[in-house]
Design a protein around this ligand. Structure first.
Ligand code: UDP
Length: 485
């Protein structure tokens, strides 16, 4: 298991040093940051660990890269552990992901579950112990780690996936693990299915306005930044651009966008403008299907000279930010989408988004106000909104301004951090009141605890304390104080 404090990941230097949180005042105001400092005061030096399965690629890694330095800036000892696995591990967890997002025809063998999945997790946890006041385990890949017996603290499962139509098989497989957690966090209430017996909370993902990708820049600056990319790929930067950015993945539905673009550029009034469509994509290290999907998309494009599929671009963050700034509209019509950070990023650059009415995209795009919402396969509608946004500057600007404000109020880093601080205070019994973003009523796990609580232990509390004391000594951990809880 990779631990960010080793500061090196696959030969890459990792620096997630504390940042000065006051720098965020320019985006969310002084009051919001002062409130965070106040909330964090009793959490100074407490440990908040995060566990996921990739350090690079995808929305979770993107967010953790900002969450860790921000929390450290507030004085919290925030950590990031990454489960490492071989191809068979990521192949089975990708199946979990697809089944959770509603794909039905997928077979998982016992060999995959017991050997590739459970065994890999166990091996990771044999070498590293995670000991923290709050542990957040992200997504299904490391979910079973809770049973390893080597993670200590208040452990929460954070589901980033759109599970609206999750296959019952996989949901039932995961539930016994999830029900061992102290709570579960979802992006949208509608993602929760039956069988969950732990407290649930709603937290939306966020973007970091200080990251190069999200730094707001002028049109001229963006054009200048993009010059090498345009030159390398033979792109005429003066032509109006439609943009899509995502992993190459079946749920991202890039095929429908290509179809719509081919239609819109054939409309005579649009044809005169000579629009181009740029698709930028990467493959995350925990996603073994990326390359196959990229090839499928290239086949779909069939050599159309106005469509530019780009893969793993260098200078990724600067280029993506600049592309989002200069494009006339951004398209993201996934069939399932936990949240869709790319939507937030494009909106923050003032670019209207044509998004699908699914998952977390619905939280962000307000139809007719910050962009347009469509059914994922409604190519006709996508085409007509593309035409509108290519041809109507005023609509583009109005929607774009509203989009920026929507992100500022709801989806910037400090908003997300606040919810985690509230959770940490709640679990450490600093605050007694349930967080406002708690979703469900009192749960079976809480009732069981309230009724049987202390008496249900085989060991006396003295014996437990003794055991914890020995564990701490063994780990030589100085910054955990169990008495503080
Ligand atoms: N991304 C990127 N380069 C790419 C494709 C995607 O940096 O070529 C980033 C994108 O900007 C976003 C994240 O990867 O920050 C994807 O997150 P999202 O929530 O949209 O989708 P996920 O991959 O988690 O399903």
């Amino acid at each position: 298991m990779f631990d960010d404090q080793s500061r090196e990941y696959k030969n890459q230097f990792v620096a997630l040093d504390a940042i000065d949180v006051d720098e965020y005042k320019q985006f969310v105001g002084d009051k919001a940051i002062e409130e965070l400092k106040w909330l964090a005061e009793p959490l100074k030096d407490k440990v908040w660990a995060n566990v996921n399965s990739t350090f690079i690629g995808g929305g979770v890694a993107e967010m953790l890269r900002s969450v860790i330095p921000f929390a450290r800036g507030l004085g919290i000892n925030c950590r990031w552990f990454v489960i490492e696995g071989a191809h068979d591990f990521f192949s089975v967890t990708k199946k979990f992901h697809n089944l959770l997002q509603g794909i039905k025809e997928l077979d998982i063998t016992m060999e995959e579950i017991f050997h590739a999945y459970l065994e890999t997790i166990q091996q990771n946890l044999e070498k590293t112990r995670v000991l923290a006041h709050m542990v957040v385990i992200h997504d299904p890949q490391p979910a079973a780690a809770i049973m390893s017996g080597n993670i200590f603290g208040h452990i929460l499962w954070r589901c980033h996936i759109d599970t609206t139509e999750a296959s019952r098989r996989i949901w039932r497989f995961l539930m016994p693990y999830i029900n061992q957690y102290s709570g579960a966090i979802f992006t949208d209430e509608s993602f929760i299915k039956d069988g969950l017996q732990v407290p649930t909370y709603q937290i939306s993902p966020c973007i970091d306005p200080l990251q190069p990708k999200n730094r707001q820049r002028t049109h001229e600056e963006a054009i200048k930044t993009l010059a090498p990319l345009f030159e390398k790929n033979n792109i005429d930067g003066k032509r109006p651009m439609i943009l899509a950015v995502s992993r190459y993945d079946i749920h991202k539905n890039q095929k429908s966008i290509i179809e719509a673009f081919k239609k819109v550029k054939a409309i005579p009034s649009v044809k005169k403008q000579k629009p181009i469509f740029v698709i930028v994509g990467n493959s995350a290290s925990d996603d073994p299907e990326g390359m196959t999907m990229y090839k499928t998309i290239c086949d779909e494009i069939a050599g159309d000279p106005d469509i530019y599929p780009l893969l793993n671009i260098e200078n990724n963050d600067e280029y993506i930010g600049a592309l989002m700034k200069v494009s006339k509209c951004f398209i993201h019509v996934s069939t399932k989408e936990g949240f869709g950070l790319v939507v937030t990023e494009a909106m923050w650059h003032g670019t209207p988004v044509i998004g699908s009415k699914v998952g977390g995209i619905r939280q962000q795009v307000i139809d007719g106000n910050t962009g347009f919402l469509v059914e994922p396969f409604d190519v006709e509608k996508i085409t007509s909104y593309m035409q509108l946004l290519l041809e109507n500057k005023e609509t583009r600007e109005n929607l774009g301004e509203n989009a920026i404000e929507r992100v500022r109020k709801n989806f910037l880093l400090p908003t997300l951090i606040k919810k985690y601080l509230v959770l940490m205070r709640y679990y450490l019994e600093i605050d007694a009141k349930n967080p406002e973003f708690r979703i469900n009523e009192i749960t079976y796990s809480e009732i069981r605890h309230a009724i049987f609580g202390k008496n249900s232990w085989t060991f006396t509390s003295e014996e437990i304390k003794d055991k914890i004391g020995k564990l701490l000594e063994e780990l030589e951990t100085t910054n955990i104080n169990f008495k503080d809880r």
